[in-house]
Design a protein around this ligand. Sequence first.
Ligand code: NI
Length: 197
Amino acid sequence: MNSPSVLTPNPLLEPLLVIAAPNPRLRVKSSPVLLVDDDCRLLMDRMLDLVRAQNALGLAAVQIGADKRVVVVNVGVGDQAPVPRFLVNPEIIRRSRQRVISEESCLSIPGYVGLIQRSNEVTVRFLDYHGRPADLQASGLLAVCIQHEIDHLDGRLFTDHLSLTQRLSRRWEEFRFRRDARQSQAGHRQKRAPVIN
Ligand code: NI
């Protein structure tokens, strides 16, 4: 039931709009949160609503124009349902040397998917939804997502990482092209091993 109360205008209740590249606001380093208060929690709630509505894995506050080091991720491990996590002032304090290449996309770069190489495991230190200090050890998709979102807080987009992976993938394509050409010249009809994505 709706109560006939008079609503006070609140800028946090305006509809959320995602800022798209190449808007220069996405290149600004976000400011640390000094206090995790109700306004900050409302921002995190609304960010999670947007992440869920867009079927995304995460969002950084800068993407909706809020200058705060706040990240929301909603990632499930394996077949598990997505778990919402709120990271305030997140900082990666450890990262694995082992790297993983995965497909990434971003609400701020609609329609673009790129192969990006990142650390396979990270430990992130942050303040949680209630402002309590916490550490989280993450691997796989969750680790990738956290790195992607923290990049946003430092004004970086996933496309900034493309050069190396693009070079690698182009080299692989060239290698395959040359190999296939050699094999067909030699009259080989070798069965190709399945490509594992
Ligand atoms: Ni993004």
